[in-house]
Design a protein around this ligand. Structure first.
Ligand SMILES: [Zn+2]
Length: 170
């Protein structure tokens, strides 16, 4: 059964029950993300699957797709950063449980309060973003276009130098 994404969720109880949640989240609502973005426009497509694996680990697995706008650190203009994120989190109640978590999961510590899904989404997106955002090439990056200079043509001889050589021979 696929349900709409709520704002907050009791992760442990939902994992016990086993659920798939899917929805579109406005970038502007993912508040922790906004400081690194130049625009809050757009939306992220999010799918979360909660359950318990054969070993008894409660998990939150998911995908996040969409696009955010970052600032290129070379030309300081906007750049579109596509997102195609997959994550697999093992739900733990306290840090001491990290050691018991299978390697295939990243730990997510769960408190007694229902988790704010936008915060979890923000953390996963932040992990996936480049540390130094840069346009890929001169098609997009204004700084590369401005810095570009044609390579000097070393093969072509200066016509005056050619004349000087001819004069020396005479
Ligand atoms: Zn750029």
């Amino acid at each position: 059964m696929i349900e709409h994404l709520p704002d907050r969720l009791d992760l442990i109880a939902t994992a016990e029950a086993g659920r798939v949640l899917r929805g579109s989240v406005a970038v502007a609502e993912v508040e922790r993300l906004l400081p690194v973005l130049t625009s809050g426009q757009g939306a992220l497509q999010v799918e979360l699957s909660l359950g318990k694996d054969a070993g008894g680990t409660r998990f939150l697995a998911g995908t996040i797709e969409g696009e955010v706008v970052l600032r290129c650190q070379r030309c300081m203009q906007d750049m579109q950063q596509p997102l195609d994120i997959e994550f697999r989190l093992g739900l733990i109640r306290d840090e001491s449980a990290v050691d018991k978590l299978p390697d295939s999961y990243e730990p997510l510590e769960v408190t007694a309060e229902p988790a704010i899904l936008a915060d979890i989404i923000a953390d996963e997106v932040l992990l996936a973003l480049p540390i130094v955002p840069l346009h890929k090439g001169s098609d997009e990056c204004q700084a590369i276009v401005e810095a570009y200079q044609p390579p000097p043509d070393e093969q072509r001889e200066n016509p005056f130098a050619v004349l000087a050589k001819l004069k020396q021979k005479q």
